[in-house]
Design a binder for this molecule. Structure first.
Ligand SMILES: Cc1cc2nc3c(=O)[nH]c(=O)nc-3n(C[C@H](O)[C@H](O)[C@H](O)COP(=O)(O)OP(=O)(O)OC[C@H]3O[C@@H](n4cnc5c(N)ncnc54)[C@H](O)[C@@H]3O)c2cc1C
Length: 483
């Protein structure tokens, strides 16, 4: 199998719009698709449980898609450098291609692999696939990185248009002999004791076909109303494409192109909906831009003055938040949606995150870690940027004094209470007037709805007004320190 081309899949588990795969096919040599599990790599952030579940099924889907084209996926576990040493020796591969990643640990590994392969006379090639604009291609007028979203997105819009997505190859030439592959099950990416993934299985179809189906649903049913309804937690009004985008089962060029095409065909899709949706993809781009230029974003306050913030250690409150037992129905519904399905509506993410960082004054890093473990779309850039944005410590962050009121947010974005009813069934029979603040409901209403506050559903673990004042006082102490 001399001269075979290895395509190294990472966060790009798809056959279409995959330039590394296209380059491998383009050599005319047999193609060996490979995925490496390197869980001991220094600096690589631990992948959470929900994302591991996704990875398992995404790899199974990729293998099935490859087999339909006469190929297969080779799985190898171990230190990446050693894996490639062995693979190149075993297969006599003449080239290795991959799509670029943008976190420091990943880039360091890739640079090491490139050096080692080049030294062995193996050709390498890397490509941009997971972003519309690679982080170094967009710069301020002074040549530095952006720290504010609006000018960043403006610069992206005037930068070179992202290239058109590539089609999937029809067939891949197989090597005469396949190298061995680990059985996927041996990687133990799925939870077993207990198997908590039932809700994930019901909700998601990882892989490229699942992504295409979700995109089609979005274009047909949701894009036209996206701008007006995207904040409604009770409606399926957004694309829910984030886990497929995070895994790379679909790429942003494919999504954006499909949205622009759909808008051309459908007169009901307004420019505003397209712009709004594109800007959300823009926040994903901005998050990666930040992580690339400020690699400590997942651990360190972007704004150093927050280092003096008096975060509280409060394990019982943290547990109540994680389990959806804060006594604030919108927050609890969000945290239970997260636990059951591995996903949470964006508006509710903001409210639930704000509740942890501001009402409870628990460090945003605790929230980032919990989301990282439980989100199927866990993404080192968007998660860190999202948490720092909410906490006020981030780039272009929400001002600290903007403290979401979970009751008002619920009344506004879940007006009939259907979202809360779905995920907090013990409140399902409460009328809409009280569902976002059951502690204010008259005893008769509570009795009729079968709600026993403090027993069947908790009383609020903090009073909104008091928590708000406490957070604002802490914030002004911070400003005094800085002054
Ligand atoms: C505290 C917090 C943590 C978050 N953690 C993550 C995370 O780990 N992974 C993740 O993908 N998103 C994260 N987000 C961003 C956002 O909540 C999700 O991307 C969005 O809810 C996904 O739903 P959707 O696919 O229906 O989005 P749509 O509204 O359909 O948007 C389309 C796509 O744009 C991107 N996007 C949308 N909003 C944002 C945003 N605010 N920031 C970055 N990208 C965005 C996503 O890739 C999304 O799939 C976080 C937000 C907050 C406030």
């Amino acid at each position: 199998m001399s001269g075979a081309s290895i395509v190294w899949f990472r966060h790009d588990t798809r056959l279409s719009d995959n330039p590394a795969l296209a380059a491998a096919v383009g050599t005319g040599a047999p193609v060996i698709p490979v995925f490496v599990l390197d869980d001991a790599a220094p600096g690589l952030r631990l992948v959470g449980g929900a994302a591991r579940w996704w990875t398992h099924h995404g790899l199974a889907a990729l293998d099935a898609d490859l087999r339909r084209r006469g190929s297969r996926l080779i799985l190898r576990r171990g230190r990446t450098g050693e894996v490639f040493d062995r693979l190149v020796a075993e297969t006599g591969a003449g080239a290795v291609f991959w799509n670029r990643r943008y976190d420091t640990a990943g880039r360091d590994i890739d640079a090491g692999i490139e050096t080692a392969l080049t030294a062995r006379g193996v050709r390498t090639g890397s490509f941009g696939a997971s972003l519309l604009h690679e982080p170094w291609t967009v710069r301020t007028q002074l040549g530095g990185p952006f720290r504010v979203f609006t000018p960043f997105w403006q610069a992206c819009r005037t930068a070179a248009t992202p290239s058109a997505p590539l089609p999937a190859p029809d067939r891949l030439e197989a090597p005469a002999v396949w190298p061995s592959s680990d059985p996927l099950a041996s990687w133990r990416l799925l939870p077993t004791t207990p198997d908590w993934a039932g809700g994930l299985r019901e909700t998601w179809t990882p892989g490229e076909a699942g992504a295409a189906a979700a995109l089609a649903t979005f274009l047909d049913d949701r894009l036209a109303t996206y701008r007006d309804r995207r904040d409604r937690a009770d409606l399926a009004a957004t694309s829910a494409l984030s886990p497929w985008l995070a895994a790379g089962d679909i790429g942003p060029r494919q999504v954006l192109n499909a949205v622009i095409d759909a808008a051309r065909r459908d007169p009901e899709v307004t420019d505003q909906s397209v712009e709004k949706f594109a800007a959300e993809l823009g926040w994903r781009e901005f998050s990666w831009h930040l992580l690339f230029h400020f690699p400590t974003l997942p651990e360190v306050n972007f704004r150093a003055e927050f280092d003096a913030f008096p975060w509280r250690d409060d394990a019982p409150a943290l547990r109540a938040w994680q389990r959806g037992l804060t006594g604030y129905p919108l927050v609890d519904a969000g945290m239970r949606q997260l636990w059951t399905t591995g996903w949470m509506h964006n508006r509710v993410r903001m409210v639930a995150a704000s509740f942890l960082a501001k009402h409870l004054m628990i460090h945003w890093r605790e929230g980032e870690a919990w989301f990282r473990d439980t989100l199927v779309d866990a993404d080192p850039a968007s998660n860190a940027a999202g948490w720092q944005w909410v906490a006020g410590s981030g780039a272009d962050a929400a001002p600290f004094f903007r403290i979401f009121n979970p009751v008002l947010q619920g009344e506004r974005f879940d007006p009939a209470g259907d979202y809360v009813r779905r995920y907090v069934p013990e409140l399902a029979r409460l009328p809409a007037d009280w569902i976002h603040q059951p502690w204010k409901a008259p005893p008769r209403v509570l009795a009729e709805a079968g709600v026993r506050l403090g027993a069947s559903y908790p009383l609020p673990i903090v009073d909104h007004g008091e928590a708000r004042s406490r957070a604002l006082a802490a914030f002004s102490s911070l400003r005094r320190v800085a002054a």
